[in-house]
Write a protein that binds this ligand. Structure first.
Ligand code: COA
Length: 244
């Protein structure tokens, strides 16, 4: 195994391979966040140095990306979460506000390579890039992987669930903790995804015959379906963590 970290900007020839390796680890609905759609193009243009790929013998095995933004270090000044970080980073950049913080937006490890510490490797590389860029804080609206099994519990409650060794019950939160991160607060409006009932049915491969709240695979909370309004809404809660 020969690991190498590269940016997406330096390796456009790996775009297709990256999409193929990493896209399948996400649920389809995640790709229909309108805020993400509105901002991610500019993020790619403005901040390619924080879009990393981890290669093993030249093949893409993991990726992680973040956005630089201005944060005053208080809980009150945290962005709303994922969507909020995207908006703030782009608007700060366009207004000429100097960033001081990296918000880690996502990390993904190829399906066949999970559980081998690769996420820690790519997160560490991303933190190093933040330091090199003069950013003094690293925060992350973490999407706890185990929360998908507890969509009915609140993120505030889930945030408190620890194992006997003091580490969190959630493996993805544990990976951050092992890198020295601590939990700040839930990000209750981290990502908002809306669509017609037919769109939600196609994204989830479920039928929603009547209005109500539905448990959906790989969602961290329920999806609210309103058949009369032909509308489905998902508000994803994440958990803000701060790295050392
Ligand atoms: C979350 C993710 C990035 C973790 O990457 P990773 O390199 O596998 O992480 P690690 O090797 O550090 O493993 C972290 C913990 O998760 C556990 N784990 C990893 N893959 C797992 C899987 N498929 N199922 C269950 N547990 C798993 C590991 O055992 C480890 O737990 P431990 O604390 O008991 O050792 C990866 O699983 C992934 O890409 N998931 C899909 C995308 C995602 O949800 N990203 C996070 C939101 S941004």
């Amino acid at each position: 195994m020969v690991f190498e970290v590269v940016t997406s900007a330096d390796t456009p020839e790996l775009d297709d391979q990256t999409a193929e390796a990493l896209r399948e680890v996400w649920p389809e609905f995640i790709f229909h966040d309108p805020t993400s759609r509105a901002y991610v193009g500019r993020v790619e243009t403005y901040f390619p140095r924080f879009d990393l790929r981890l290669l093993d013998d030249g093949a893409v095995v993991a990726g992680a990306w973040g956005v630089p933004l201005r944060w005053d270090g208080t809980v009150a000044d945290l962005p709303d979460g994922y969507d909020g970080s995207l908006v703030r980073s782009v608007e700060d950049h366009e207004r000429g506000v100097a960033p001081n913080t990296l918000s880690i937006m996502a990390a993904a490890v190829a399906a066949g390579r999970q559980g081998g510490g690769l996420a820690g490797r790519v997160l560490t590389a991303l933190r190093e890039r933040a330091t090199e860029a003069g950013l003094t804080a690293v925060i992350c609206p973490v999407r706890p992987t185990l929360k998908t099994r507890y969509p009915l519990q609140s993120m505030a409650d889930f945030a408190t669930w620890r194992r006997d060794d003091g580490l969190h019950l959630d493996p993805w939160i544990r990976t951050h903790q092992r890198l020295g991160a601590t939990v700040l607060v839930p990000a209750l409006r981290s990502m908002i995804i809306e669509g017609t009932v037919a769109e939600w049915e196609s994204w989830t491969e479920l039928a929603f015959p009547q209005s109500g709240d539905y448990v959906v695979p790989q969602a961290l909370a329920t999806v609210h379906i309103d058949r009369d309004a032909d509308h489905g809404r998902y508000q994803e809660p994440n958990l803000w963590m701060r790295h050392r």
